[in-house]
Design a protein around this ligand. Structure first.
Ligand code: SF4
Length: 966
């Protein structure tokens, strides 16, 4: 069948005269002139829809609809977006590989060729989520942590090696190279792709685009790549040739004007942008940056901004391609030919350069004068809660005694400054005291925000020791509220940005020279997102100073950011839990939800890498770094932040070490040539079909059990359901399916013990996502989740942990006869055994946080048929549909609280059989007193393709049926 827009296929030439073909948007614009004013991101999606218009999955109407995108219009049309490639990280990649392997089992069992199941686009898995900070503050930390990582994850890595040999387009970047998004930015993204061309023909070029199984996939938007995070189940569909479907989006234009002030970092900027965009309500929308200020931002700064799209709620935060992008490609070792085609292609498409105000029609516009941004942190519980640096102490003090409803810690104000004795436990090696070599002197001068500090500087004694009633004996230490116990330079958000890492190194240098030290019990770590960071910090002469303060390289991976901070000492854990202390972590990450960083650290602050070092030196968030000293240096002198904060000239002078194309190329060539002895030693199962050797890490997933080519008639709605849980607002995917530590007493811990795994080898939930037995037991097992069905204590506090009140069949009343409190997993098994379906009720932003398909998979495996909430996070909602679980939304003004739902009722969800996207549904509530009432809901099956997924019992059976039928 001829291409419906064949006339748009044109040629372009590179600077050196090489030729390529492309589906030309300027040519299409001759028929649809509005294209010239469409947002750049929409035009890149349009190119994909145009090129892939095959009359089957992508229809000519799809091209016409998108070409006619209007800035303000009801969003009813679905866009079928065929992406160029898929990226995975290991926590989400392993379950995806397990699903693919299980599909091959089904194909083989049905007498088909197992190779029917094969990714159709390149897939790269970067192993970055598994390493933990067990060792820190020593030069051996990296080596020791990697050895432990390989011991713990051997079975998973063997499975990946099977995948590498079984699938033609599946590549793995082994552990120890870096964090997926940074590796993607520095290496995997190549600018443009090309088709295989017939002899003598020029290939067709097309822009890079992707989906990734990690929410922060959006970092790649910093170099003009359209892409975002999806759940593993959607990624599987994408790699098996399905378009990614999404509703035509609003595009919010974000205009930057001016320049950042002296001393203000990209981290400060991104926290300000996050706060602004959260308020602008950009959930489900594209954000596109434009304007003169945008053009002045470096690619690493843009990538930092793009990375935090999940935190501001947007589908992506897009920066168009311009000269700065080309400079970045040159500085990171892309080949001359790649760069030439990349630049020529974008110019030919009219997509080169940052648009100026007025050039593009946006749905709405927000703007920010870069010069108004001040140094800040975000926390202590959510990334969008920005606090100016000078208000951190005040904010922590105020939240300490506020109620949970006010995001407080609900503790008596009088306890704030009480300190508790702890036996010191120094696990740091003597090597941390290694000699620091000489490096060039730094420039004098303090940044402006530091100059602005009030003149009323307090002395350290007044600031630190005024309220310390307990005097420690020799060898002991004290711990109190606000103490910083983890200080981690981590996370792709910042470690991909040389300016903030050089700033951290410079601050460390000045601090060491001033005689400041970090207390040994503070868990300090440096976990770069690529080895390049170590290389430039070393060449700049700064690594030894970071090491002197305990910030030795401990891993190349996500570490603290994903909850792999490793444990604190038993003594510290004991002191915190016994005394109900609110201690802190300060990390240069992007996520700080409850219990994500460490189960016992309730206050978690996101900050720039130099501020992470500053807070490690200071040791408490109860000191105002704008007016009080960071610490006491040589000769007992008080040292202020302004004394050690680096200037932008000092940072700029060292940037030459960070952008060295040869170094990037040499580093990433090693992915193939020198993947590391630990990785090389691993041998996996071979063959096209996986044999599922016994493992507590990898098991054949049950999603295709009883698979048949014809779907069973999908049951419409739910009848006679019980409430499994009543949750408040902002239940994250981490609450639903935690990634971190597995508690011994939890159902998952018990199962592991019953299967011969000792506690020391439990590893994390994230690492066990290839085993459904662990994961379904871990669903709703976050230690901080609060099921509001459980009555409050006398002081108004709520029990934390994944428990529910099981309502026996025929029983009534939350506290009625036979009602029993138990783990949600145990209740789910009892409900399923008696054939009772269940429903979860939530508040606003249900499923916010990381893209985590196990949050939906676990929900399905617990027999939960529907989730009814006030609103849903984008990825989790689609994952629920993808697993055949109904997402339903209360009408505005309604909530389970306003409807008086207590958890002792039974429920029906009524849906008309002619299922249509976003239609009305009815919740029938049968109360314990025998009365019933009906409440309208909106069915959040949003698109026509999702109706098909639901009818097929989910996206995976849908795709498998298509592949096997082909
Ligand atoms: S866990 Fe943190 S560091 Fe890792 S990819 Fe996600 S955001 Fe980046």
């Amino acid at each position: 069948m001829p291409h419906a827009f064949a006339s748009t296929l044109r040629s372009f030439k590179t600077a050196s005269g090489k030729q390529g073909k492309f589906y030309s948007l300027p040519e299409l614009a001759k028929t649809y002139p509005d294209i010239a004013r469409l947002p750049m991101s929409i035009r890149i999606v349009l190119e994909s829809v145009l090129r892939n218009c095959d009359g089957k999955k992508v229809l000519p109407e799809h091209v016409i609809e998108l070409a006619g995108w209007k800035a303000k219009a009801p969003r009813l049309d679905e866009v079928p977006f065929v992406v160029s490639r898929v990226v995975l990280q290991d926590f989400t990649g392993v379950p995806l590989l397990a699903d693919l392997a299980a599909m091959r089992n089904v194909a083989a069992e049905m007498g088909k060729d197992a190779k029917t199941i094969e990714p159709l686009v390149p897939v790269d898995l970067v192993v970055d989520h598994s390493i933990m900070i067990d060792y820190f503050g020593t030069k051996k930390a990296l080596d020791l942590n990697m050895k432990l990582e390989f011991t713990r994850n051997l079975e998973r890595y063997q499975f990946m090696k099977w995948g590498m040999q079984a699938f033609d387009t599946f590549g793995v970047v082994p552990p120890g190279f870096g964090i997926v998004h940074q590796v993607n930015l520095e290496y995997l993204a190549r600018g443009v792709h090309k088709t295989a061309a017939a002899r003598g023909e020029a290939p067709v070029y097309y822009p890079d685009s992707l989906v990734g199984t990690d929410s922060h996939t959006t970092m790649i938007n910093g170099i003009g790549v359209v892409g975002w995070g999806v759940g593993g189940i959607e990624a599987e569909a994408a790699m098996l040739g399905q378009p990614v479907y999404f509703l035509m989006p609003d595009v919010v234009g974000f205009e930057f004007t001016g320049r950042l002030r002296e001393g203000v970092t990209a981290t400060d900027l991104v926290l300000a942008v996050t706060e602004i965009l959260r308020k602008a309500k950009v959930v489900g929308k594209f954000v596109e940056f434009f304007g003169e200020g945008t053009g002045g931002l470096s690619v690493p700064d843009r990538a930092t901004m793009a990375n935090m799209a999940p935190e501001y709620g947007a589908t992506m935060g897009f920066f168009p391609v311009d000269d700065k992008t080309i400079e970045y490609f040159e500085g990171t070792g892309r080949t001359q030919s790649e760069i030439e085609f990349f630049q020529a292609y974008f110019k030919a498409q009219g997509l080169y350069g940052i648009p100026r105000a007025g050039q593009i029609e946006y749905t709405s516009i927000v703007s920010l004068d870069l010069g108004s941004v001040t140094p800040n942190l975000a926390g202590p519980k959510r990334p969008q809660d920005r606090i100016e640096l000078g208000n951190v102490k005040k904010q922590f003090t105020s939240l300490f005694s506020k109620t949970p409803a006010e995001s407080g810690f609900n503790l008596p104000a009088g306890h704030l400054l009480t300190r508790h004795l702890v036996r010191a436990h120094d696990v740091r090696s003597q090597e941390a005291d290694a000699k620091v070599p000489h490096t060039p002197a730094v420039q004098p001068g303090a940044p402006r925000f530091v100059e602005e500090m009030a003149g009323n500087k307090q002395t350290l004694a007044a600031a630190l020791y005024e309220a310390e009633p307990v005097q420690p004996a020799a060898g002991d230490m004290t711990v109190g509220n606000g103490d910083v116990l983890i200080a981690a330079i981590t996370s792709c958000t910042n470690t991909s940005n040389p300016s903030v890492l050089l700033a951290a190194g410079l601050l460390a240098k000045k601090a060491v020279e001033a005689g400041l030290k970090v207390k040994p019990h503070i868990k300090t770590s440096l976990a770069p997102g690529s080895r390049i960071v170590t290389e430039y910090l070393t060449k700049a002469g700064l690594l030894p100073y970071l090491e002197k303060l305990g910030f030795n390289v401990a891993a190349y991976g996500c570490t603290t950011c994903i909850g792999n901070a490793g444990d604190l000492t038993p003594e510290l854990n004991d002191a915190i839990t016994k005394n109900d202390l609110v201690c802190a972590a300060v990390l240069s990450g992007n996520r700080n939800f409850e219990a994500r960083i460490h189960p016992n650290l309730k206050a978690n602050f996101l900050a720039s890498p130099p501020l992470v070092v500053a807070y490690a030196l200071c040791g408490t968030v109860l000191r105002d770094l704008m007016t009080e000293p960071v610490g006491r240096g040589k000769g007992g002198k008080d040292i202020y932040l302004g004394d050690i904060w680096p200037t932008s000239d000092e940072i700029a002078a060292l940037m030459k070490y960070a952008m060295n194309g040869k170094a990037f190329k040499a580093n990433y060539d090693k992915v193939a040539s020198e993947p590391g002895p630990l990785w090389e030693k691993i041998k996996g199962v071979t063959g096209q079909v996986y044999s599922w050797p016994d493992s507590t890490y990898i098991a054949r997933p049950p999603f295709f059990d009883g698979f048949e080519m014809q779907p069973h008639a999908a049951e419409m709605g739910v009848k006679g359901a019980r409430a499994m849980a009543l949750f408040g607002d902002s239940i994250t995917t981490d609450h639903i399916s935690p990634a971190g530590a597995i508690k011994e007493a939890s159902p998952a811990g018990q199962w592991l013990k019953d299967n011969g795994v000792v506690k020391a080898d439990f590893n994390s939930y994230g690492s066990r996502r290839g085993n459904h037995d662990v994961m379904m037991r871990g669903t709703f097992a976050n230690v901080r989740i609060k099921n509001l069905m459980i009555p409050a204590d006398a002081n108004g506090s709520r029990e934390e942990g994944g428990v529910t009140l099981f309502q026996p069949k025929g029983g009534n009343g939350a506290a009625g006869a036979g009602t029993e409190k138990m783990f949600i997993y145990d209740a789910a098994m009892k409900y399923m055994a008696e054939g009772t379906p269940t429903i979860v009720f939530g508040g606003e932003e249900y499923g916010t946080g990381s893209s985590r398909d196990w949050a939906a998979k676990g929900t399905q495996l617990l027999g939960i048929k529907a989730v009814v909430a006030k609103s849903f996070e984008r990825i989790h909602r689609s994952n629920l549909v993808g697993m055949g679980v109904l997402p339903l939304q209360f009408k505005p003004g309604d909530s389970w609280e306003s409807l008086g739902i207590k958890g002792d009722e039974t429920f029906d969800v009524e849906i008309i059989a002619d299922l249509r996207p976003q239609q009305d549904a009815t919740l029938v509530i049968h109360s314990a007193d025998g009365s019933s009432r009906s409440v309208p809901l909106t069915l959040r099956i949003d698109t026509a393709i999702e109706v098909d997924y639901y009818r097929h019992g989910g996206i995976l059976p849908f795709v498998l049926r298509q592949l096997l039928a082909a």
